[in-house]
Design a protein around this ligand. Structure first.
Ligand SMILES: C[S@@+](CC[C@H](N)C(=O)[O-])C[C@H]1O[C@@H](n2cnc3c(N)ncnc32)[C@H](O)[C@@H]1O
Length: 302
């Protein structure tokens, strides 16, 4: 039977392939998730710049969030570790987006290639947060916008569980911890510290998950709440939502790199060397690695 979420981590050297052949779209079709989807899309649309030259959705999946940005940027890049999900994105978006298969901790882009980076529901799968933030900062231009989300280790549900059962993981300590089979939970203070180290401003947060459930309850009580967005601000500011969506800005770095053609912003993910394009794909002039193009998807997984 097709699965809508992964049930175990792949081997460490192939961690980017976690969602290969997973029917992730089916997860969002489950009853009750439409409100969460609408809330996330509403918040992300607000947090991203109204327009810009170049955006990348890191860990884009099948492109669920593309409506939040696809008409607002001149160049749209969708990047994921799963080829099967990128094929799904291709079906939805056609040639409106450049599709790149890569690991979010080893990105095939030159510095300052984007003025916005989005990574939603991805960091819960990433052990090496430092590396993910450094890569996001490296590919962002100066003052570029970074919108991201993660599972909040110190949310009240985790705190109550810990107080009832001390073996359930201490939410007050800063280290990242596994919560379920494939979910790593991060502490907002650690995330803030790593982001500052990587060169980002302190994040501002909105919160989700409990928020949309609260909106469902007020609906049932006869008080319509459009999406739960009003709760989201408060629960994010207090950092008490189970999932936090952050907005931060890149400090330092360079102006957005020029380049009309997408291949001008690509670089070898292994050594950052220059690439030359042929019929078969891209070749690195420094380390001689080859990266194929298959069905229009640039495959930079190493
Ligand atoms: C929960 S899905 C979220 C997809 C999309 N951002 C959304 O919100 O609908 C997580 C995505 O992250 C991708 N992913 C996980 N680890 C990755 C890695 N190391 N490199 C690239 N993609 C990764 C998975 O393939 C999957 O598409």
């Amino acid at each position: 039977m097709a699965k809508s979420l992964p049930d175990k981590f792949p081997p460490a050297e192939k961690s980017f392939s976690l969602y290969e052949d997973i029917e992730y779209q089916e997860y969002w079709e489950e009853p009750g998730l439409d409100r969460l989807d609408a809330l996330e899309q509403h918040l992300i649309t607000e947090l991203l710049p109204a327009s810009g030259r170049s955006i990348i959705d890191l860990g884009c999946g099948y492109g669920r969030l593309a409506p939040c940005y696809v008409d607002r940027f001149e160049r749209v890049v969708l990047c994921d570790g799963s080829l099967s999900l990128l094929h799904g994105a291709r079906e939805t978006l056609g040639d409106r987006a450049v599709l790149v298969a890569a690991d979010v901790t080893r990105l095939p882009f030159k510095p300052a290639s984007f003025d916005a980076v989005l990574t939603i529901r991805v960091l819960q799968h990433i052990q090496n947060l430092e590396c993910a933030f450094e890569e996001a900062h490296r590919i962002l231009a100066r003052d570029g916008t970074f919108v991201f989300s993660y599972h909040n280790k110190s949310n009240p549900h985790r705190v109550l569980r810990y107080l009832a059962d001390r073996s359930s993981g201490n939410p007050f300590t800063l280290e990242s911890v596994p919560v379920w089979a494939t979910l790593i939970s991060h502490h907002p203070r650690r995330v803030g510290a790593l982001m500052r180290e990587a060169g980002f401003s302190d994040p501002e947060y909105c919160g989700t998950v409990v928020v949309n459930a609260l909106a469902n309850i007020t609906d049932r009580l006869g008080r319509k709440s459009p999406s739960g967005a009003s709760w989201a601000q408060l629960m994010g500011r207090l950092r008490i939502a189970p999932w936090l969506i952050g907005q931060s800005f890149s400090q330092g770095g360079s102006e957005l790199a020029p380049g009309d053609d997408a291949s001008e912003i690509l670089a070898c993910p292994a050594c950052h060397g220059d690439l030359s394009r042929s019929d078969r794909g891209f070749g690195c002039s420094a380390c001689t690695r080859m990266y194929p193009i298959e069905d229009g998807i640039f495959d930079f997984r190493v």
